[in-house]
Design a binder for this molecule. Structure first.
Ligand code: AMP
Length: 126
C-alpha cells in the first residue's frame, strides 16, 4: 500500500531496520552516508536501491531538510553505484517514488536503479 506523503519518519520502517542491521540485505556499496543493496523483488535484471543513512521519509523530506553534505554524498553515491555495476555504457534508469500518487511503499527515501535490458517507455499507465 502506498504511504501517506505527510507521514513523519517511522523508525520501524524496513529500511531503518536494514540500516540498524536488524534485517539482512545484499549490500553492493556502503559509505558513511549511503547504503546500496539489491531490491528483494527485482523489476529488471539489475535492480539496486540506494538510501541515505539519515532518517528521511522521501525525496521531498530529504531535499528540504538534508544537509548539503548528505545531499551531495547521496547524488554521488547513486552515480558511483551505477558506475561500479558497469551500467553506464548500456544505460540505466533512476526512479524515486514519493508519496501516495508516486506509489511509495517504504517510507525511507530510496532511489531505484534499473538496468540490464532495454527498459521501455518511461511510464506504464496501468
Ligand atoms: P517503493 O514502492 O518505491 O517504496 O519501493 C519499495 C521497494 O523496496 C520495492 O521495490 C521492494 O521490492 C523493496 N523492498 C522491500 N523490502 C525489501 C527488503 N527487505 N530488501 C530489499 N528490498 C526491499
Amino acid at each position: 500500500m502506498a504511504i501517506d506523503p505527510t507521514l513523519e519518519y517511522d523508525d520501524n520502517n524496513i529500511f531503518a531496520k536494514i540500516l540498524r542491521g536488524e534485517i539482512p540485505n545484499k549490500t553492493v556499496y556502503e559509505n558513511d552516508y549511503v547504503l546500496a543493496f539489491h531490491d528483494i523483488n527485482p523489476q529488471a535484471p539489475h535492480h539496486i536501491l540506494v538510501i541515505p543513512k539519515g532518517a528521511y521519509v522521501s525525496w521531498d523530506d530529504f531535499s528540504a531538510r538534508g544537509s548539503d553534505t548528505e545531499i551531495s554524498e547521496f547524488v554521488r553515491g547513486v552515480g558511483h553505484v551505477a558506475r561500479q555495476a558497469g551500467m553506464v555504457e548500456s544505460g540505466y534508469r533512476l526512479l524515486a517514488n514519493i508519496g501516495r500518487d508516486g506509489h511509495q511503499e517504504v517510507p525511507h527515501l530510496h532511489v531505484h536503479i534499473f538496468a540490464g535490458k532495454p527498459l521501455g517507455p518511461m511510464l506504464n499507465n496501468g
